[in-house]
Design a protein around this ligand. Structure first.
Ligand code: ZN
Length: 535
């Protein structure tokens, strides 16, 4: 049994005065998050806490209190601070992933990257004794699992075995490496943050006597006065609101058209319904999901066409206008004739108005994302219905690994976006229904022959025939998507291969060479068995 959370959206159209108040609060909240992000980046002493996404230490609490945004009130200012720490923590973890590429496995440097606690000591300016103290503290905690205990004991031993100047040198090297890698990662910037409402101060009650489903009551900033906003939602969400427990979390955002959206989290207890059978699911474009039992769900082909025909031209048009403007601005800088100068200024102003007023790009993007949402919702619904019936465990590609491998080569941003959304929504729906799923490294799943384990990029049909798969060794022939989904499914059951993959989590080249070696051995064994049975 586990608690699953989902959010339900309620909508309202507050009057001008209320809207203005809510918009100002949202702008202030968003600005506070961005300000905390910028300022915290200048506080290396707090980097260790930020890495662990922990804003509860006394140093962090003291910092937050000292820099509190008074116009937001203490509760909201604290929430903005927590949200900034959360964003920075994600950023620091990306920095750490990059750092893995610069340290050798087995070295002391590697220890300082591999252990979050030790990395925290290094980046916040600690030394060997601080590092040992952190290990002692972790080891003194009660009920730590055996594998953690031996991990910490090992680290502590290596720290004590190395000479103090060596450890301190490593620490400053790691700190410098962190600073360098930090430059490669974009500083998070929040736009129109959803304002997390203080559950003690806000209330959502069923509406009486008015044409709305609920009334949200929130503090108005003025003592003793409250803002009341009628909210409505779909029949489907109303049922959900009654069916499940509303959690204590609510947040809101005001859209450009003046409509306020309020997200309410609801929870339900979910009985996990894990079966013994696995089903591999390949998330693609032609078929949104292709399952290893041969069934296909939904398609994103129409969306791809829509992206090419509507979004791309709008994008090109906007880029063209910007280029023209840049060209005129350059001319203006070198122009000396006052008449020509005036002419250029007018041209620039005109181009600028055109850019501001044309919402072609925004409109086509909104249409595209609405259609995308619809296609995804339908596909997820159909797929989950089938899993509710057979309780099979869904095996998916680990999308982070896949996109990380492909991000440079892939220029079709729409298919990346769709597949990312699709995976996220599918996993949410499976969770919500108590259905299990696992994610596997997708390397080579499109190139391995499931009959004889021959791994060859030529198995996959070349250019003209991407849908076909013909094994270059045994001639096994099938649809390429079907092969992909079968290989994804089998990977979740192959414990030897999973252990091998897990042994090299951070070095892609070494991991890939292990996978290739594994299939070469498997293929050789198959060949041997095959010839034995023939002779
Ligand atoms: Zn084969």
């Amino acid at each position: 049994m586990s608690d699953q959370t989902k959010s339900i959206c309620l909508y309202g159209r507050p009057n001008a005065a209320k809207r203005e108040y809510l918009c100002a609060l949202q702008a202030g909240y968003t600005e506070a998050i961005n300000r905390f992000i910028r300022e915290l980046l200048g506080q290396p002493v707090l980097f260790g806490d930020i890495l662990r996404n922990s804003s509860v230490s006394s140093a962090m609490r003291a910092y937050e209190k000292q820099h509190r945004v008074s116009k937001l009130g203490s509760a909201l200012s604290q929430t903005a601070f927590d949200e900034a720490v959360e964003k920075l923590s994600q950023m620091f973890l990306s920095v750490r992933t990059i750092m893995y590429g610069y340290v050798d496995r087995g070295s002391l440097e590697f220890d300082f990257v591999n252990s979050l606690a030790l990395l925290g000591v290094a980046v916040s300016g600690g030394d060997r004794s601080a590092a040992v103290a952190v290990m002692d503290k972790l080891l003194s905690a009660r009920n730590i699992p055996a594998d953690r205990r031996s991990f910490y004991t090992g680290l502590r031993g290596r720290l004590l075995k190395a000479e103090e100047p060596v450890v301190n040198g490593t620490v400053s090297h790691i700190r410098a490496l962190f600073d360098i890698c930090l430059q490669d990662v974009k500083v998070p910037h929040v736009k129109n943050a959803w304002v997390r409402m203080d559950s003690r101060a806000c209330a959502l009650e069923p509406a009486a006597d008015i044409e709305a489903d609920y009334v949200l009551s929130a503090p108005s900033g003025e003592k003793g006065r409250r803002v009341l906003i009628p909210l409505s939602t779909s029949a489907h969400s109303r049922t959900r609101m009654k069916q499940y427990k509303p959690a204590k979390t609510m947040s809101y955002s005001v859209r450009a058209d003046g409509i306020i959206s309020v997200r309410v989290a609801v929870t339900k207890d979910v009985l996990s319904k894990t079966g013994n059978t696995y089903i591999g699911s390949d998330i693609g474009v032609t078929d949104a999901i292709f399952a290893s039992d041969g069934k296909a769900y939904g398609s994103f082909s129409a969306l791809g066409t829509m992206y090419d025909k509507e979004v791309l031209p709008a994008l090109a048009k906007e880029n063209h206008l910007r280029d023209c403007m840049r060209k005129r601005q350059k001319q203006l800088r070198s122009e000396t004739d006052p008449v020509q100068k005036e002419f250029l200024r007018k041209k620039i102003a005109h181009l600028n108005t055109m850019l501001q007023q044309s919402d072609a790009l925004g409109r086509s993007l909104r249409r595209y994302s609405t259609e995308g949402d619809k296609a995804i919702a339908q596909t997820v619904h159909d797929y989950v219905s089938d899993r509710k019936a057979d309780h099979a465990v869904t095996v998916l590609e680990d999308i982070d690994i896949r996109e990380f491998n492909k991000c440079r080569a892939l220029n079709r941003r729409n298919s990346m976006w769709l597949r990312g959304q699709m995976t996220r929504r599918l996993e949410e729906a499976l969770d919500w229904n108590g259905l299990a799923y696992v994610e596997v490294d997708p390397a080579y799943t499109s190139q391995i022959c499931p009959a004889c384990y021959n791994l060859d990029s030529d198995n996959r049909g070349k250019n003209g025939n991407r849908k076909g798969f013909t094994c270059t060794f045994c001639g096994h022939h099938d649809d390429a998507d079907h092969i992909g989904s079968i290989n994804i499914r089998d990977r979740a059951k192959d414990h030897d291969l999973l252990a091998l993959i897990a042994s090299e989590p951070h070095n892609k080249d070494r991991r890939h060479s292990l996978i290739r070696g594994y299939f070469a051995t498997k293929h050789a064994r198959w060949q041997q068995e095959h010839t034995d049975s023939v002779s």
